[in-house]
Design a protein around this ligand. Structure first.
Ligand SMILES: O=C(O)C(=O)CO
Length: 289
């Protein structure tokens, strides 16, 4: 406690105390709560990268960091983020699997049935996006796969439009992680979306996967943003922290996304190698442009 009856001494003591306080380590949560955010990018985090952390704990931490939601939750989890002022930003709603989905006609009926049942539930739970996939090539040409995927998405688009929920087909790399996946280039995905022609049928542009396949991230985003409904992050190589061991300039990519007028969500989808929530906070700070 500062006690002095001499005003000069008291002033000096207060100045000394203030200078000392400035050098003390601050509570990291408090320090970040005070940091003004730009919030041009609405950030989220993929659940599967933080499996060891209970969902309620992850939601509490995400809300404290200024995130808007949690990505890739199952239907029975969609309501949980709401308790923390968040939403599920991308839901699993039965849109097939990475290996088996829309590029094969025989999968369409099951995906349509699941979406008919689950997309109205997504709308009710305030989940703005659901995920789907192309499936593997497995000998199918890209042209035939595109025709089939367009036909499948045309069956699904009225469900998405009627409920105001966007169906996002994910772009994934077929070079390292998902060998033979068909929707592995932006041009193929955009061609499909253009042919379907709905504001509710878009691509999940996974920046990690597309850096591996194509690079040229900013120009691709600028040219195709009309069809990009959601973004994922992840350091390249390795899909770890967005730090200086990897090759993407995240702030520049985020500025490019914000400059397109994007109002959707960018979800972090990297597997942390250090304290997971510290890594997440660092990524959130980096992407707050
Ligand atoms: O499984 C993956 O690699 C994904 O990016 C899923 O979103």
């Amino acid at each position: 406690m500062i006690q002095s009856s001499n005003p000069m001494t008291r002033r000096r003591l207060i100045q000394t105390a203030a200078a000392t306080a400035a050098t003390l380590p601050l509570n990291p949560l408090a320090a970040h709560a005070e940091k003004p955010r730009h919030n041009r990018i609405h950030q989220s985090v993929s659940r599967w990268c933080y499996q060891k952390i209970p969902l309620d704990t992850l939601c509490t931490a995400a809300a404290a960091m200024g995130l808007k939601g949690i990505d890739l939750l199952n239907l029975d989890e969609w309501e949980i983020p709401k308790r923390y002022g968040l939403i599920c930003t991308m839901g699993y709603a039965g849109g097939g699997e990475i290996n088996q989905a829309l590029n094969r006609v025989e999968n369409h009926a099951a995906i349509e049935a699941a979406f008919r049942k689950n997309i109205p539930l997504a709308a009710k739970a305030g989940v703005p996006n659901v995920i789907t996939f192309s499936g593997l090539r497995a000998g199918l040409s890209d042209d035939e796969g595109a025709r089939n995927t367009v036909a499948g998405l045309k069956r699904l688009k009225p469900i998405a439009e009627d409920n105001g929920v966007t169906i996002n087909m994910e772009l994934l790399n077929s070079k390292r992680d998902h060998h033979d996946y068909m929707c592995d280039h932006t041009a193929w995905g955009v061609r499909v979306c253009e042919e379907v022609g709905s504001p509710r049928i878009k691509l999940l542009y996974d920046i990690y996967h597309m850096q591996i396949m194509e690079g040229d991230l900013i120009a691709t985003i600028r040219t195709n943003h009309q069809w990009l409904g959601h973004y994922h992050t992840g350091g390249v190589p390795g899909r770890h922290e967005l730090d200086d061991t990897q090759e993407v300039q995240w702030a520049a990519v985020m500025r490019a996304i914000a400059d397109t007028g994007f109002t959707g969500y960018v979800a972090h989808e990297f597997v942390p190698t250090r304290d997971p929530l510290t890594s997440l906070r660092q990524a959130v700070d980096l992407c707050d442009v």
